[in-house]
Design a protein around this ligand. Structure first.
Ligand code: GAR
Length: 201
């Protein structure tokens, strides 16, 4: 029996956070868990290519193929069960999961969010929008947060955070890239290792 936590990563887009997890696994930064499955709700997500290149199984589950959120989530659960997944990582997964899903995997779902929660988070705050709002507000420091996922969007217990300074000449795009490079790609692998270790411990 494997003594590593079995990890599924849920994605929707480019998958740079997924790549950071794959790299961390290869470097041994993540040693208590292993990515077994990548699930995307977007068939064009480049994250799927990254998974395939790394030899990780993939699944595409599209909301439009199901009559309800419940049925969409049932399909995801079916996949997670097939692989006996212990830990679910939302890495740029742009769909809010229902309470029936999050309560089923209590303390077993983590998410990376591109701000210092509780700033610029919750429903409607995702991707580039978060950085646009931070710049509009004129904050001088932003960052990223990894947290457990519960029924409140971006409302679960915080695991790790890292601050990033905002520059005078930042655009949403330059800020997004810097927050990813200096914060997200570092704290997500660290949090995955921390939680995986606890799961197998
Ligand atoms: C990341 O910045 C992630 O924090 C954000 O989307 C981007 C996905 O990039 N997630 C959210 O906004 C969730 N609320 P990636 O596909 O390259 O990892």
């Amino acid at each position: 029996m494997s003594c590593k936590a079995k990890i599924a990563v849920l994605v929707s887009g480019g998958g740079t956070n997924l790549q950071a997890l794959i790299n961390a696994q290869n470097k041994g930064i993540i040693e208590s868990g292993e990515i077994k499955l990548v699930i995307s709700n977007n068939s064009n997500a480049y994250a799927l290519e990254r998974a395939k290149k790394a030899g990780i199984d993939t699944a595409v589950v599209l909301k439009k193929d199901f009559a309800s959120q419940l049925e969409f989530e049932e399909k995801i659960i079916e996949k997670l069960s097939e692989y006996n997944i212990d830990l679910i990582v939302l890495a740029g997964f742009m769909s809010i999961l229902s309470e029936s899903f999050t309560s089923r995997y209590s303390n077993r779902i983590i998410n990376v969010h591109p701000s210092l929660i509780p700033s610029f988070c919750g429903k409607g705050f995702y991707g580039l929008k978060v950085h646009e709002e931070a710049l509009k507000k004129g904050v001088k420091v932003t960052g990223a947060t990894v947290h457990f996922v519960n029924e409140i969007p971006d409302g679960g217990k915080i695991i790790l955070q890292k601050a990033v300074n905002i520059r005078e000449d930042d655009t949403p795009e330059t800020l997004q890239k810097r927050v990813m490079r200096l914060a997200e790609w570092k704290i997500l692998p660290a949090a995955v290792e921390q939680v995986s270790k606890r799961i197998i411990g």
